[in-house]
Design a protein around this ligand. Structure first.
Ligand SMILES: Cc1cc2nc3c(=O)[nH]c(=O)nc-3n(C[C@H](O)[C@H](O)[C@H](O)COP(=O)(O)O)c2cc1C
Length: 362
């Protein structure tokens, strides 16, 4: 299988690159012959809309640039793979510019398309026969709805160039791929899906429904959780100067922020350990001016950002101290001994916290 692998991500070490590399690994394992093209580093000028390629020199663009060679590679390939980040609900501008510049491959003469729409004729129809296109999109946002316009644009491009759409990979919440609290098992399934997609593309040119579904698995448990995480991400990144541009460094900070950790605690209450327990736990972090109430009611746990007059147990400490305790990086007895942590109320409850709240990603 001859594959033309088109990358439209301006960031050389971002999430699109990483996921596209996994896909590429799968392609190579399947024995495909791959031409790997970074569109952002090519000299590709914008289409002028002059119709020179139809009227003056049929099939020839007025710009003498990298597209000359790329159009020949399009004709030569069995499968086109297009990897792009989502920018303003669409593909990146370098990817879009590339498709605009495929105009010399089309020509006048409207015909019905595969979807029953109307498309232009294409030059060299025998060289398009059986050709497929596969897309890979990454984005920051969580809702799959956000990716629909970009995926539909690719579907229409496929229809217009008489290409078979072999499959579409969509990866929302891309930043959570570096998040220390993302579930390792889910991360593994996502990575495996991208390699598997490459293997499928390299053998049949088509992706299975299961592979596409696995590639889009949600990483955050809810929209509310995602928003909290995302807002903290940018709050932290803003304070980090140049380091704020390195997602993994920002993620490490976000992953130890008590606003996230308290949500993780509420989410991962051990229902068996709490089966017969009814209690209100108050956590106060005076350094961050943050107060949380955890209400446990027979296996269920709810979290509120508020204070409580008379909880069953009150835990007070600096936010960072609790983060270390919760992540099992600091021994709680040590923290109590040197009064980095203080307790009020039913201290027997405190001894049960270890069982009630297992560490995240355990
Ligand atoms: C100009 C610009 C526009 C963006 N628009 C969207 C968008 O519409 N939807 C979305 O989910 N993410 C959007 N993002 C976020 C990127 O898609 C996201 O960070 C992606 O992971 C970037 O890919 P990269 O890591 O390969 O650079 C935008 C980012 C930039 C810089």
């Amino acid at each position: 299988m001859k594959v033309l692998f088109l990358r439209g991500n301006p960031r050389p070490a971002g999430y699109t690159q990483r996921l596209a590399d996994l896909f590429l690994r799968g392609l190579r394992e399947a024995g495909a012959t791959v031409t790997d093209v970074n569109l952002c580093s090519q000299n590709i000028l914008p289409c002028l809309g002059c119709y020179h390629c139809w009227l003056v020199a049929p099939g020839q663009c007025v710009h003498p640039d990298a597209m000359d060679g790329l159009l020949e590679q399009v004709l030569d390939a069995d499968v086109l793979v297009c990897a792009t980040p989502i920018y303003y609900f669409s593909m990146s501008s370098s990817m879009k510019m590339f498709f605009e510049r495929t105009f010399p491959l089309a020509k006048q003469g409207l015909v019905p398309s595969g979807r029953g729409l109307t498309r232009n004729s294409i030059r060299f129809p025998e060289r398009w026969r059986g050709k497929k296109i596969i897309t890979l999109i990454t984005g920051a946002l969580r809702d799959l709805e956000v990716y629909r316009p970009a995926n539909e644009t690719f579907q229409l491009i496929a229809d217009n160039l008489d290409l078979e759409l072999g499959g579409q990979l969509t990866r929302p919440e891309a930043y959570l791929l570096d998040y220390p609290l993302s579930k390792p098992k889910t991360l593994k399934r996502i990575e495996t899906a991208f390699v598997q997609a490459g293997k499928e593309a390299g053998t049949t040119g088509r992706l299975s429904a299961k592979t596409m579904e696995e590639a889009s698995l949600p990483l955050s448990p809810s929209t509310e959780h995602f928003r909290t995480y995302s807002n903290l991400y940018w709050t932290q990144a803003m304070t980090m100067g140049a380091d704020g541009q390195v997602p993994a460094l920002v993620q490490a900070r976000v992953g130890s922020d008590v606003r996230i950790l308290m949500r993780e605690m509420a989410r991962y209450l051990n229902p068996r350990a709490a089966a017969r327990l009814r209690a209100v736990l108050q956590f106060d972090f005076p350094d961050e001016k943050l107060n949380f109430r955890l209400t446990i009611d027979r296996g269920q746990c709810t979290l509120e950002e508020t204070t409580t007059e008379r909880p069953d147990l009150r835990v007070s400490c600096q936010a960072g101290v609790w983060a270390q305790i919760f992540m099992r990086q600091l021994d709680v007895r040590e923290a109590l001994k040197d009064r980095r942590l203080t307790l009020e109320g039913d201290k027997s409850l405190f001894t049960r916290l270890d069982r009630l709240f297992p560490p995240p990603s355990a």
